[in-house]
Design a protein around this ligand. Structure first.
Ligand SMILES: C[C@H](O)[C@H](O)[C@H]1CNC2=NC(N)=NC(=O)C2=N1
Length: 114
């Protein structure tokens, strides 16, 4: 299978199919550092990234913002001193779509750009 980060993101749509429990387990194996969590009944993927200072955390935040804008799919980003919390889910679909896993894998790649 093509590496997750290299797969194409489909446009966000309200009727986009959410991943099944089996697909969730399979996709999570490709992004082992991400945690699936339910907030208000909506499944999300979350990872906390650690940095040496605020400047590096902010630079990473901006790189994630760039890849989000490229595909029109956007995460929640919480930037703190030495730490960025990234949360992906598909707002319009109300849960996790394959896009979220692709974007989580692409987010991991932004670490290498330091
Ligand atoms: C109109 C626009 O395409 C939508 O609002 C997009 C923008 N970015 C998005 N990002 C995410 N994560 N989920 C969405 O449903 C979504 N919808």
């Amino acid at each position: 299978m093509t590496e997750l980060a290299a797969q194409a993101c489909e446009a966000c749509r309200a009727d986009a199919p959410l991943v099944s429990d089996d697909e969730l387990a399979e996709l999570l194996r490709e992004i082992p550092d991400w945690t699936p969590i339910a907030r208000d009944g909506v499944m999300q993927l979350e990872r906390v990234f650690k940095f040496r200072n605020f400047k590096q955390a902010l630079a990473f935040t901006n790189r994630v913002g760039e890849i989000a804008e490229e595909v029109g799919h956007h995460p929640a980003l919480l930037t703190e001193w030495g730490k960025v919390t990234v949360t992906w889910w598909s707002h319009e679909a109300g849960g996790l779509h394959k896009n979220d896993f692709i974007m989580a894998a692409r987010t991991d790649k932004q670490l290498d750009a330091d």
